[in-house]
Design a protein around this ligand. Structure first.
Ligand code: AKG
Ligand code: FE2
Length: 474
């Protein structure tokens, strides 16, 4: 370090009762809080009376062939001059009010889930949702436009972010925007989004308006999640379900339209991939260090991956179908847990999935139903502790301190937490052959060298693999 350079002190103090009292309105400010010199030295704040415009980059314009060049230049100048921007501000409502013809310039194509169209998740039949959705792989898109502006190769820039895990890895971050038009005459006969659980570890939903519609299932009934200004709704998703051994069950939810009012929702999401880097890291954090009820010997993680594949069989498998598959599986392989089991909920079941060969573990169906999911409306940043109490939906208030529900940028703090939990990368984009993916994952993963090269459920494999599961003794 250069001589005389300031030493950065990183330390934190607890908020004392005295401080809390201070914050709620005391006029006396103790000396310890006074730092007028620092404030003065740091420079002036832009005056209230001065006007300036923070760049707002519009994703819809970036994607519009006619507007793209201009918008890309704007993105470039935002990055150069501000190194920050407000992206997709107000975009949900704005985008959906464009003429259909314009919206269809970014229509879904082929097998991709990206683009404008109906929602992609949870459809159990050929019925259509009473909703329109725009889904964008935001990270990749933005980097692409930045590369164009910088005049560098897109692959090179993408590659700097994601190293060698294939195309899926760069699709990890996406943004969905939903519009549920009112259904005046037949509201009870249509569904905005049918019941489903979300694949990502956590879903954050930022509602643009205060129209009700989201409902979560609990105790055989649907609980409306009432829109609260400045709140994010956070759903526990399948990946967290799997990573926590089902301790935090993913929540089943659906959306019903309102009779009179439109509803707009923005949903940034990060899908975890079960590739070696991220799954390993997440496993380390959640499954071992966080002292959940079951610990795994090195190499046993594949069981979760397998469960995950079942959960996402053919893009999306409903919870009922998953439970059904487990229920109709052959009798569990004999497992001899080491030590006594802390909770009977974590019994292991193995068997063949009816149409795909896999092994998985699952709570017994008697203890693992859709209704395991709890509902709790919480204030503050109690996300993690709430999740530990098997809470599957929560509303987070103080994450967005100065809530401006229309600004996506406000989400950054909480998204960072999700990133931390879920890593990067996507496994779930339509892949016709999960079998190969499973095989190649473990074949090429040095951490799992001693695993079989595929998820064949030959009994010997299954028994051998399950013997590796160690239940934490109580
Ligand atoms: O619109 C909502 O509130 C929920 C949307 C949803 O469930 C989803 O996109 O997976
Ligand atoms: Fe969902």
């Amino acid at each position: 370090m250069a001589e005389g350079a300031p030493v950065k002190v990183i330390a934190r103090d607890k908020i004392t009762d005295a401080t809390a009292a201070l914050f709620t309105g005391s006029v006396e400010v103790p000396e310890r809080f006074i730092r007028a010199d620092e404030v003065e030295a740091a420079g002036a704040v832009v005056g209230e009376d001065e006007t300036f415009e923070m760049p707002v980059v519009d994703m819809a314009s970036l994607l519009d062939p006619e507007l793209s060049a201009t918008e890309t230049a704007k993105l470039g100048s935002a990055c150069r001059e501000w190194a920050a921007m407000q992206q997709m501000k107000d975009s949900a409502a704005q985008f959906f009010s464009l003429p259909l013809e314009t919206k269809n310039t970014v229509a879904v194509r082929g097998d991709s889930i990206q683009g404008f169209g109906h929602h992609f998740s949870g459809a159990t039949s050929d019925k259509l949702d009473w909703a329109e959705c725009l889904l964008l792989f935001t990270h990749r898109r933005l980097l692409g436009f930045m590369a164009a502006d910088l005049g560098v190769s897109e692959e090179a820039l993408q590659g700097a972010f994601f190293s060698g895990d294939g195309d899926d890895a760069v699709k990890g971050q996406s943004m969905s925007m939903h519009h549920y038009p009112p259904c005046r005459r037949h509201r009870h006969k249509v569904v905005g989004i049918p019941p489903h659980t979300d694949s990502p570890a956590l879903t954050l939903l930022l509602q643009v308006d205060d129209t009700p519609g989201l409902q979560i299932r609990r105790g055989g009934r649907w609980f409306p999640v009432r829109p609260t200004p400045g709140c994010l709704v956070v759903n526990v998703g399948d990946i967290l379900d799997v990573l926590t051994n089902g301790e935090y069950g993913s929540v089943q939810h659906r959306v019903v339209p309102d009779a009179e009012r439109h509803r707009w929702v923005q949903k940034p999401q990060n899908l975890v991939s079960i590739n070696r880097r991220h799954f390993g890291a997440v496993r380390g954090i959640l499954l071992v260090d966080a002292s959940v009820n079951v610990k795994f010997e090195e190499g046993a993680t594949f069981v979760f991956g397998s469960w995950l594949c079942i959960a996402n069989h053919d893009g999306k498998l409903q919870r009922e179908l998953r439970d059904e598959a487990v229920a109709s599986a052959p009798p569990p392989a004999q497992i001899t847990p080491r030590g006594s089991r802390k909770t009977p909920n974590f019994d292991t079941i193995s068997g063949s999935y009816p149409t795909r060969r896999s092994t998985w573990r699952q709570k017994p169906s008697s203890t693992r139903t859709n209704d395991d999911s709890g509902l709790s409306l919480l204030g503050g940043l109690r996300i993690i502790s709430s999740i530990r109490q098997s809470t599957s939906v929560m509303t987070v208030t103080s994450v967005i301190q100065e809530a401006r529900p229309r600004s996506t940028l406000r989400l950054v703090g909480s998204v960072a937490m999700v990133l931390f939990l879920s890593g990067q990368g996507s496994f779930f984009d339509k892949n016709p052959d999960y079998g190969n993916q499973q095989g190649s994952f473990f074949d090429t993963n040095p951490d799992y060298d001693d695993q079989p090269s595929s998820f064949s459920t030959k009994n010997s494999d299954s028994a051998r693999l399950h013997q590796r599961i160690v239940h934490e003794s109580s």
